[in-house]
Design a protein around this ligand. Structure first.
Ligand code: C2O
Length: 600
């Protein structure tokens, strides 16, 4: 007993020293305990649990209570590797430089005076007694509201470019963070806020300040942006208020103005569907993007982009890919090379409909979060403590962390509720799953699989296979007969890995599972597993020679647990996966392979 206690004490002291040190590195000046209280215990990074467990244990030892020490430490550190220090993502305000549009056109969006020369304050929540701003669907607002918004917008458009609250300066904020005009703090890598877990928080913060500035300009602290309710049939056209006055942007695709129904999965090729079919397809697609394809935070929010070149990733969440990207493209003018304004990131925020589009994107985040009972998206300090700079309604530069934007009630705005027609639009298989499997097996045994587009092995090697035509592969499932509980905890993920888009071009492909005829099947059918979209990104323009320019291949991750259940493939050893390039866009793309993983 004596020696065990002695050993424990020395070990504990050692661990406390180590942890205390790394905790200081992690977040200077933070109050770890207070911040963690509201989080789900299960999700707290292991290191914090170890700290508090170790403190508790120290108390126990000092108080002479013993036993259970080793087990509590083991339980705490069991799953996640220890972190030794956290580097946060943030822009380096001294670095604003020229950048490139999606089509390599040089653009310059930097402020007239460096933001690093301004005084900065840390973000403060608005007073809890200030009025709630209620964001309403754009197709439901009345004349009085439109007049008010119109007034605010024209004042904003008249502010001089020196004023950071002016319309163009705000549009250019989007350009700065989208095209990588800032380097990261402590790194030579560019900071970009699309195609990763920065997407939702950054845009939330952007339109939060935009809304408050508009309100301030007309002295109305209840002013709220409208949202473009494109997830429900009544909102599936460009809202009519955006066709007049200051809301009008001439640079839009004329053939997509009302009454044309939106194609929320647009891929540059007109779907050719009639209104009713298009609406039904849209609703089914929403279900996929919000529910069955979005069961884990990474799938919905995007990949964990971290500081430095090593930490960069390219994995947009479901909603970011579409409807988000798709509608940007759909709205922008077909007569411009990059479908400006909405179709190109550098110019998108010049179109007033951008803000209504992003209000709905933001609303989708709140709904998704509510569907998962408000569990935290991520607890990684790299996400929570990463920060950006914006100007508030008083033209004051504010430093705001992602953790500050996670509770919209604290930000004093909310969304008026409307129907969610997609919520129960769980798609059905296009043909009964048993029949489909028999057909697929028959094809296999008839050796049809040896046709060039079929592949026995889902690993295409380092060279990869070109996606110039449909690719079919049989993919093995490492785990079968998982219990219901296991299936809930661990999402089965279809990974299309090593996607290499060799030329900097737009590219899109769809993924199907156990599909018999992909030419007649779309997102309205259960076999549809998801979609991949590569946007033109431009060669990265860097400030100094030696700044990093590495480009990585990307992976597509699709959650398929629910799909497999509906296709009655849950017990199967293999599934057949079909990749369908869209609009002839796959010629310059190779894929290294397809496999199954599991995500907690
Ligand atoms: Cu930053 Cu909708 O794009």
């Amino acid at each position: 007993m004596g020696s065990k206690l002695w050993f424990s004490t020395v070990l504990l002291a050692f661990i406390l020293l180590g942890l205390g040190f790394s905790a200081t590195l992690l977040r200077p000046g933070s109050h770890i305990d207070g911040e963690l209280r509201e989080l789900d215990e299960q999700k707290i990074p292991a290191i914090y649990i170890s700290i508090s467990a170790a403190f508790k244990q120290l108390k126990n030892i000092v108080l002479g209570v013993s036993g259970g020490w080793f087990s509590s430490i083991n339980a705490a550190t069991g799953s996640e590797p220890k972190k030794t220090g956290v580097i946060l993502l943030a822009p380096n305000l001294t670095t604003c430089h020229r950048s490139l549009s999606d089509a390599d056109k040089p653009v310059y969006c930097c402020p007239p005076k460096r933001e690093s020369e301004e005084s900065v304050i840390d973000f403060q929540f608005p007073s809890p007694s200030s009025p709630m701003r209620i964001r309403r669907p754009a197709h439901l607002v009345d004349e009085e509201y439109i007049a008010k918004y119109q007034k605010a917008l024209s004042i904003m458009k008249q502010l001089s470019y020196e004023d950071p609250r002016s319309y163009l300066r705000q549009a250019n904020m989007h350009c700065i963070y989208c095209t990588g005009a800032y380097n990261q703090e402590n790194s030579t890598s560019l900071l970009k806020i699309h195609r990763s877990w920065l997407f939702f928080p950054w845009h939330r913060i952007m339109i939060y300040f935009h809304e408050r500035i508009l309100g301030k300009l007309i002295g109305d602290d209840t002013f709220a942006l409208p949202y473009w309710n494109w997830d429900a049939p009544p909102g599936m056209v460009i809202p009519s208020m955006y066709l007049n006055g200051s809301f009008l942007d001439k640079d839009r695709d004329n053939s997509h103005l009302p009454p044309q129904v939106t194609d929320i999965n647009f891929d540059y090729v007109e779907s050719g569907l009639g209104s009713e079919d298009q609406i039904a397809t849209n609703v089914a697609f929403m279900y996929h993007q919000m529910v069955s394809g979005a069961k884990k935070p990474e799938l919905f929010m995007g990949c964990k982009y971290k500081a430095g070149e090593e930490g960069s990733c390219d994995g947009p969440g479901t909603i970011e890919l579409a409807p988000h990207n798709a509608l940007h493209t759909w709205v922008g003018s077909n007569l411009h090379p990059e479908r400006e304004n909405m179709g190109a990131f550098y110019s998108a925020a010049r179109d007033p409909v951008f803000y209504a589009h992003h209000a709905n994107i933001d609303r989708m985040w709140t709904i998704w979060k509510r569907l998962r009972r408000n569990r935290p998206e991520f607890v990684d300090p790299e996400w929570l403590d990463s920060y950006f700079y914006f100007h508030d309604e008083n033209a004051q530069l504010v430093r705001i962390k992602i953790r500050d934007c996670l509770d919209i009630t604290k930000l004093r705005y909310s969304y008026e509720e409307v129907d969610l027609p997609w919520l129960n639009a769980r798609p059905k298989p296009s043909i009964p799953p048993k029949i489909a499997r028999n057909i697929l097996k028959m094809r296999e045994s008839q050796n049809t699989m040896q046709l060039s587009s079929y592949s026995w092995s889902p690993d295409f090697g380092q060279e990869g296979r070109t996606l110039d035509t449909t690719i079919r592969a049989k993919v093995q499932r490492p785990k079968r007969q998982r219990s219901k509980k296991e299936r809930e905890e661990e999402e089965e993920i279809l990974v299309v890995y090593g996607i290499d888009v060799k030329k900097d071009v737009y590219m899109k492909f769809d993924v199907y599972v156990n599909v018999v005829d992909e030419t007649t099947t779309g997102p309205e059918s259960r076999e549809f597993a998801g979609t991949y979209v590569n946007m033109r990104r431009g060669v990265r323009l860097v400030m100094n020679k030696g700044d990093s320019t590495m480009k990585t291949k990307s992976n597509l991750k699709l959650g398929i647990s629910e799909l497999l259940e509906d296709l009655e493939a849950d017990e199967d050893e293999n599934i057949w996966v079909t990749l369908v390039p869209r609009g002839g866009t796959g010629v310059n793309t190779t894929i290294e392979g397809i496999r199954i993983e599991y995500m907690r």
